[in-house]
Design a protein around this ligand. Structure first.
Ligand code: IPE
Ligand code: IPE
Ligand code: MG
Length: 236
């Protein structure tokens, strides 16, 4: 049987801290290793021909972590972009950041804007990094925008459809997630893409994110292939 590729894979990259702790290392080194895993997984998705990959890199709740850890995580986009800019162009990857820009420092914001522009016309994998992202806040933001439009008479209440609402999310014009993967044996969603995963297939693995390999990705895609997506209908 031919493998069906999910068009959109989302990953909750969890277990960096646990990985470091097991080795007696600071948590930041777990994040460093985890960031390298992201590079190899993105390359692999690109090679396989996956169209969209959305990864959870920093949640709106992660601000509650110790300052040195937050600082390290906040510094990652800048250092990763400078390091992998050429790879992104060579691999034809379009990089975008989704989430709230308000608490992100100016230097990082500039770098994000720059790389988004630079890779905007790349036609391969679209890599969405959820950074200072929270799904409930995203939904509230969309709701407020729509409420103002109604208030200003730009649209009527009946114009508010699922499609219209989707277009107000950070993921506007990106198809819903087909396969959601979470590593590190945590069986929860943690405020990630609540709207966009309504009919996603969920895949949980014990593998810690820094250890996640090509084989782990293949296994997740294989599991996806054995699922019967019914969307409320009956078995085909
Ligand atoms: C995931 O790893 C990365 C982020 C949340 C930024 P964790 O740091 O949550 O790792 P654990 O869950 O403590 O092992
Ligand atoms: C979710 O992981 C956020 C990211 C992977 C960036 P967390 O480790 O923050 O989630 P909880 O706290 O275990 O739910
Ligand atoms: Mg965690």
């Amino acid at each position: 049987m031919e493998t069906k590729l999910p068009k959109h894979i989302a990953i909750i990259m969890d277990g960096n801290g646990t990985w470091a702790k097991k080795r007696g290392l600071p948590r930041t080194l777990g994040h460093k290793k985890g960031s390298e895993t992201l590079v190899s997984v993105a390359k692999e998705c690109s090679n396989l021909g996956i169209k969209y990959l959305t990864v959870y890199a920093f949640s709106t709740e992660n601000w509650s972590r110790p300052k040195d850890e937050v600082d390290y995580l906040m510094s990652l986009p800048h250092s990763m972009i400078s390091r992998y800019e050429e790879d992104l162009m060579r691999d034809n990857i379009k990089l975008r950041f989704i989430g709230f820009r308000d608490r992100i420092d100016e230097r990082t914001k500039k770098e994000i804007d720059r790389i988004e522009k630079k890779t905007e016309n790349n036609t391969g994998l679209e890599l969405l990094v959820a950074f200072n992202y929270g799904s409930r806040d995203e939904i509230i933001k969309a709701t407020k925008e729509i409420a103002s439009e109604v208030n200003d008479g730009k649209i009527s209440v009946d114009d508010i459809t699922k499609d219209y609402f989707s277009k107000k999310l950070f993921t506007a014009n990106i198809p819903d997630v087909d396969l959601l993967i979470r590593t590190s044996n945590q069986i929860r969603i943690s405020n990630f893409l609540l709207w966009q995963i309504s009919y996603s297939e969920l895949y949980f693995t014990n593998t810690l994110w820094p250890d996640f390999s090509k084989e782990d990705l293949d296994k997740a895609i294989e599991a996806y292939n054995n699922r019967d997506r019914r969307y409320g209908g009956i078995k085909k």
